[in-house]
Design a binder for this molecule. Sequence first.
Ligand code: PLP
Length: 392
Amino acid sequence: MLKIYLDYAATTPIDPKALKAMTPYLKKDFGNASSIHNFGQKALSAIDEARVSVADFLGCQPQEVYFTASATEANNLALQGVIKALAKENKRPHIITSCIEHHAVSETVKHLQKQGAETTFVSVDKEGIISLSELKKAIKENTVLVSVIYANNEIGTIQPIAEIAKILKNRGRKIYFHTDAVQAVNYLDCNVEKLGVDLLTLSSHKIYGPKGVGALYVKKGTPIEPLIFGGGHERGLRSGTENVPGIVGLGSAIKEIQNPKTKIHNIKIKQLRNKIIKQVPKLIPRVKLNGSAVQRLPNNANFSFEGVEGEALVVALDQKGIAVSTGSACSSRTLEASHVLLALGLPEEEAHGSLRISLGKYTTGKEIDKFLKVLPPVVARLREISGYKKNA
Ligand code: PLP
């Protein structure tokens, strides 16, 4: 059976160049980057090189890039690390975030709330764009940190990060600004100066690099304390022997994004995604596109089908060889309705019934045609099974 992968927002296959770059560090150049001998020094220069590649992409200094074992860890380090550093001077620091963050941010903010921080979750409009007026109103004397996702993992909505940065500036005291750019890196400008952020998170396995590697940009001068203690790796901020092959893979993958070919891939991805957005409502009645039609990642489509459970749809499509998702892969094993879709104002049944289709650079027109052929009868069959009546 032909297998079609349309879940690139969950993870991406590794780019052959990244794999090739990594391989020596899994084999003959296996040294520990902390060792003084030649094996160690080779590993250290490979990490340094990858750090320069990430810094070039972000438009920052290499010393402002810290490698972690995941974006989840980078988000934790950004939020917990800054609050820990500021706690000495601020007994009840206030954190502002959006209500459509990835769990790696929202759960960390909730944890900090339990530890005594004050928190505000700013709402979004029905397209998933954060309310800037609500954000402005939420700022208080004790607001020290704001974290807003650059592009949402479920509905692909892009947030006005640079505008938010402007709002946070010139308040008479510093409010640190973090963005989770995990889903944005492949498609959007992530220059940290232009965005105006102090901290930015990215993940290797969403950009055709290996799993188990993330990076955090921390602007020079940002107060931040480590969460993990040990040998003082990553200039004391993240102890633990570096994942040299993984970091090299991330470095190669991020370089590849700057390859002019990526622009061409992204145009093709957008055309194919647009075909899905145009065709699905024509082929299937009672379907709704979730998120913004305009402020949206080019590889994302997210629909709610009346009378159909998202999980049932994912399983039925999987049986036909098509891999899609109900939303965030990291949490889609829970049967809770998506907090992102609920935040858009969708009723609980619709927030359960969503389907995320996310394309990538290996997606072909033939695959999309097949998907568009398979989907309508699958939805019709599930509606029949569930006893869904059009006008009920
Ligand atoms: N943030 C966003 C927006 C994501 O989509 C994901 C993964 O789905 C993460 C964070 C977590 O990334 P990682 O798998 O590297 O921990």
